[in-house]
Design a protein around this ligand. Structure first.
Ligand code: ZN
Length: 275
């Protein structure tokens, strides 16, 4: 599943190229998770603005002569966006094309949990509804120990599940939550409310650090994920615990354990990570 770093890498791969482009044609394939919300042909002639990201959503502002708004895009479970100057004819899994005078932005999504949705603005209408409840951006300077500690307080769930919920901070998906908890030395089963202030500060720093490194590495290596240039990332090569069940911890040589929390695999070192 594309996580925040992959989505940000995708944004960076086409944002500069598409900004200022004019839409020549828009094409829908099979239905995605939600309907587009306007007739695709009404996008013809629109001007594309600067693409931004919020959580795992991308926002592409689109200005038409009488209408301002934009497209909110989500890659779902298996989606990828590619911007190409000379595109081939759409394949059976290509479910949205935005043909512009600079090139073609295409959503390829075999499982079709992805979405392209029209909204009158990022903070109004459909986009506001979909983005409501998202936690703080991990690279927002206001995301720090006190913010995380306040968010975790009063929650009985395990700290890993509180991170995954995404309503305190976005971006700590399964891989990154496991890695951040390892770096912070925190047992993923610890009840969220029991995390001390100093440990919350270490965890906030670890979340930001692990996401920053994944971004530098171009996102994780996932079978279905490729950025808009078709380059696979390499973060998974550097994981300390994720996907390493039974292998020795790089720090203490204890075998890494795998447990299931909230139907997802959690990997951790039972020696380095403490309750
Ligand atoms: Zn260890």
């Amino acid at each position: 599943m594309p996580e925040l770093p992959e989505v940000e890498v995708t944004r960076r791969s086409f944002a500069d190229a598409i900004e200022g482009a004019t839409v020549l044609q828009a094409r829908l394939g099979k239905p995605l998770r939600w309907p587009l919300g306007l007739a695709p042909e009404s996008l013809v002639g629109a001007r594309v603005g600067a693409a931004t990201r919020r959580g795992k959503y991308l926002w592409l502002p689109v200005s038409m002569p009488a209408v301002e708004g934009g497209l909110l895009l989500h890659l779902g479970m298996s989606g990828s966006l590619a911007f190409t100057v000379q595109a081939a004819a759409p394949g059976e899994h290509d479910h949205f094309d935005l043909q512009t005078d600079r090139g073609l932005l295409r959503l390829h999504d075999p499982r079709r949990f992805g979405a392209v949705v029209w909204s009158e603005g990022l903070n109004v209408g459909t986009a506001a509804k979909l983005l409501a409840g998202l936690g703080m951006e991990p690279f927002d300077p206001r995301f720090d120990g006190p913010h995380l500690h306040a968010g975790l307080s009063g929650r009985r769930v395990a700290v890993k599940l509180a991170l995954l919920a995404g309503d305190i901070v976005v971006g700590a998906g399964n891989i990154y939550a496991c890695e951040a908890l390892f770096l912070a030395g925190i047992d993923p089963r610890l009840p969220a409310a029991k995390l001390s202030r100093p440990r919350a500060a270490r965890l906030a720093q670890a979340v930001r650090g692990v996401l920053a490194r994944a971004l530098e590495a171009g996102g994780t290596t996932l079978r279905d994920f490729k950025d808009a240039h078709g380059v696979a990332g390499s973060f998974q090569m550097q994981a300390n615990v994720y996907g390493r069940e039974g292998q020795p911890c790089f720090t203490c040589h204890t075998p890494i354990r795998r447990i299931v929390q909230g139907a997802r695999s959690t990997f951790f070192c039972p020696t380095c990570q403490k309750r």
